[in-house]
Design a binder for this molecule. Structure first.
Ligand code: AMP
Ligand code: MG
Length: 488
């Protein structure tokens, strides 16, 4: 049997911060996919382990030696309203492993049955959302976006009842940790400052050991988490990604994208794009994500304030200043990301207006967001065909393109070199909504071929391949609005 060499630091050091839990034994587990490259990165030796054994392990049927299964307690603001009692209702941490490079990871099963926090839920997951998370999280990783990863997906052989019955599945998620803003909120709400301090100290020791010697480590933690969240949301906007449910319980303090639910990538640019069926007011629309991140960080600061205050009352004002500074901090990070997407290597005040104007143009002409940046790089190579195909007519955006070109000419890097640098940050292949839906429909019917092909495509987002031309196309214009669901 596979050796995980578990080292369960949260279980051992944080008694009272979780509930022990067990997986429900599935009736007929069958391996759908195992992520061998990720297993290697984690130092898990899968050589000699059969698919049947993998299916048993990653469905929770037979947990490996040293597993200490538990469900995390957390609270959270959901669509702005505080729920004091959430927690892992359909997830089970089986243990932590330390990779060969010394980095520690949580190994968690999602959909393995009810826990103490399930309330009325069944703790299960259907195959569609499991394969969707696998695909999108692996695409994000390939694009260099901080994210949890997917190690395995196993069909359980059982049915899961949603609006209708679906085949059940379990996802194995790998995260730098599952500590969320909502985890801090839970202990702030129910237990007070000593528990928050314990959680903060654990988080610093695990994620940010360099902060342990700061004058006020809890203030330093706030500062670092804000930094990581600014980076993360800038990544999302740059990729055209909409998380869809940025509740505080879905914000990991590690700065990784977590809890893939109704998330999706937009095709044609529209700043108000929302896909989630439950987001009627557009709270988590594409363009609102920076503001929501700011709001979420204010909730994080509130949970930390008593412990920040206990170290030095004067630091309360510093915490407030950190939160107030988020829009400016985000803006700097966002503009540097946009400069890279546009091929600029040096900052220049004039590019702010150019970038703002770009979004107005993309919106006005409903241009495919992903393809546009690739088309600009092609233009630098002397090939205008891709851009022409995206624009309604030859004059569209001509003044903006001229400005962009003039801006580039102030730089010293040669056009071809610049085009290559752009292609390294602008994906050509993202998980397009219509492609995901087609792949999931086939997979639910038992045919994994389309899903496996799509996975291969999104794992290689930057290099154009003739046989994948179709994957770079947006949904047909008459495809109608796309709706996503939380429904695991
Ligand atoms: P999420 O959609 O991940 O933000 O989930 C919000 C809360 O609902 C979390 O506490 C989940 O654990 C819980 N939850 C979602 N689906 C289920 C389910 N099928 N069974 C039990 N709990 C669930
Ligand atoms: Mg969640």
């Amino acid at each position: 049997m596979m050796d995980f060499a578990f080292d369960n630091s949260f279980h051992d050091a944080m008694d009272g911060f979780y509930a022990p839990a067990e997986a429900v034994r599935p009736s007929a587990p069958r391996l759908l996919i195992f992520n061998l490259a990720l297993a290697e990165r984690l130092g898990i030796d899968a050589v000699g382990t059969t698919d049947e054994q993998l299916a048993d392990i990653f469905s929770g049927r037979q947990l490996p030696e040293g597993a200490a299964p538990l469900a995390f307690a957390y609270a959270g603001h959901q669509f702005g309203h505080f729920s004091s009692q959430l927690g892992d209702g359909r997830a089970l941490l089986i243990g932590e492993i330390v990779a060969p490079d010394g980095v520690r990871f949580d190994v968690q099963l999602k959909g393995s049955g009810p826990t103490a926090f399930s309330r009325n839920g069944d703790g299960k997951a259907a195959i569609g959302p499991v394969l969707r998370e696998f695909l999108v999280s692996e695409a994000m990783a390939a694009m260099g976006v901080p994210t949890t990863r997917s190690l395995a997906a196993v069909a359980t052989g059982d049915r899961v009842q949603r609006e209708r019955a679906h085949p059940g599945a379990v996802l194995t998620r790998i995260a730098s940790s599952h500590i969320r803003v909502g985890t801090f909120q839970f202990f702030a709400a129910h237990f007070g400052a000593d528990h928050v301090a314990q959680l903060s100290n654990y988080s610093i020791g695990r994620h940010f050991p360099d902060l342990a010697d700061a004058a006020n480590p809890h203030l330093a933690l706030l500062d670092r988490v804000i930094d990581l969240q600014c980076e993360l949301v800038a990544h999302w906007l740059g990729a055209g990604f909409i998380h869809g449910v940025m509740n505080t319980d879905n914000v990991a303090i590690s700065g990784e994208t977590i809890d893939y639910g109704p998330c999706a990538f937009m095709d044609r640019f529209a700043v108000k794009t929302v896909f989630s069926s439950i987001d009627a007011n557009g709270r988590y629309a594409y363009g609102r994500q920076p503001q929501i991140m700011h709001w979420n960080m204010a909730r994080f600061a509130e949970a930390l304030l008593p412990v920040i205050h206990a170290v030095d009352p004067a630091d309360v004002d510093r915490a407030k200043a950190l939160v107030d500074g988020i829009p400016e901090r985000f803006r700097d990070i966002w503009f540097s990301r946009m400069r890279a997407k546009l091929g600029f290597s040096q900052a220049d005040e004039a590019d702010v207006a150019l970038i703002d104007a770009l979004f107005a143009e993309l919106e006005l002409h409903a241009i495919d967001f992903t393809s546009f940046f690739r088309a600009l790089a092609q233009l630098l190579r002397g090939d205008g065909a891709m851009l022409a195909a995206l624009l309604p007519d030859a004059d569209t955006m001509a003044p903006w393109i001229a400005d962009w070109w003039a801006h580039l000419e102030r730089e010293t890097i040669a056009p071809l070199e610049r085009a290559d640098a752009m292609d390294e940050v602008n994906p050509l292949y993202i998980p397009r909504n219509h492609k995901i839906e087609a792949a999931l429909a086939a997979a639910e019917g038992g045919d994994m071929a389309l899903w496996l092909e799509l996975l291969e495509v999104v794992r290689n987002p930057y290099i154009a391949r003739a046989e994948w031309a179709d994957y770079a196309e947006p949904a047909p214009a008459d495809a109608g609005p796309y709706t996503t669901f939380c429904g695991t």
